[in-house]
Design a protein around this ligand. Sequence first.
Ligand code: GLN
Length: 496
Amino acid sequence: MNSATDAAPLTPAPGPTLFGQPRGLATLFLTEMWERFTYYGIQAVLILFMVAAVSRGGLGLDDKTSSSIFGLFLGSTYLLGLLGGWIADRLLGAQRAVISGGILIAAGSVLLAIGNHAIFFLGLLVNAMGVGLLKPNVSAIVASLYPEGGARRDAGFSIFYMGINIGGALGSFFVPLCAAAFGWRVGFALPALFMTLGVAQFLWTRSYLGAAGLQPAHERRGSWTPVVVFLAAVAVIVILALTRIVTLDAAVLVRAASWGYGLLALAYFVYLLFFAGLTAAERKRALVMVALFVASATFWAGYYQQGGSFNLFAERYTDRHIFGWEMPAGVLQAVNPFFVITLAGVFAALWIALGKRGRDPVASTKFGVALIFLGLGFLVMYFAAQHVLAGQLVLPTWLVLTYFLHTCGELCLSPVGLSYMSKLAPQRFVGQAMGVWFLSLALGGNLAGVLTGQYDASHLESLPGLFLKIFWYGVIVGAVMLLLTPLVKKLMAGVH
Ligand code: GLN
């Protein structure tokens, strides 16, 4: 994937194999599958639970607050990925980080299942910390199962990406189904149960991982002090909020967080470009990283409408009756991972075929195309929302078509994004490339909540307005990426 490991000796790690892949891949596949089950399962019901009236077992929050909390949750899972990566690298090693992350996710989900308002928000926080510890590090262990790098590792990652999406599909399907049949609490209990099984499975089969991710990767050990300071600060804020000494306004927080993430990225790039002592060639590639960062954040802000405005759209404006059965709204979120599973092979074959002709598109082209697919998906939703405005319920086919287009976009951007970032970053900054990628996801996830909050059910014209706006964001940023391609080719000289 990145040039550092491509240069490593071409000997696969010894140990048992399964279908030609290291046996440890199955361990990681199942761990990530259950983790994504919880992540997307929770997302499929989160906003609907928050807006549902108290009489229907929900939290009875208004749309704007719920959208903001949804964005804060998504953004923080990815932001905490930066801390989670650091903790694994400097303190715990990736394996122990994954175990601790899994335990936190399971514990957080128990809090979601049992809690009143306050406990519920605490559950989201604990959950986000768990995702931050688990998600980046489980991928890091996948990478280190293949010290030889190359095509076998790429194949390993493709299989792993299937695990992500099988988990996403199962969670999006069963959690809303259980919530509808047995109540929200049972819905939230499902992630707790399966994450526990996921962790048990990891512990049971951990020996297959050998030394991969066992020790912190960095020779220089870190200190626990920053982690303790961070946790203490979080604890103080939680206590102040619980005792109502300060009132936190989610809508204000989510906007502040967007600025915070944006400024963090800006500060990092200013440092990288002007103060990190880069050579002229390295600086050119770092400029490409900036463009990819903007494109990626824009993409995820649209993509993560699935758990936000699309979920509300499915609940409120979609006729979900199939043969007399009313499908729970969140289930529609399973369409995206389902399409990923069915289409990933097609896209992989396309890149290989283009590659053979020497025409594998450069990063900016793939990102540009991804954004145009994203925009087209929103154009479909714009027309769907016009029907809603005319007072009709619409068929689920609108959302299905949009998810199809979004999945095509995802397959151009998501599987290659991290590897591009690591190739573009100067060798000594490769570790930070993962951070940049996660920061783009954090910003995108957070913005997804801000955008959903712009839909106002009492002014229904805001719905097509929102979708049209995201359509323009997608096609404009996408077109700029495509126009930048000749320049990017020059700037990237030597990177493939
Ligand atoms: N659905 C994929 C995942 O959850 C892609 C999104 C992402 O990279 N976060 O991993």
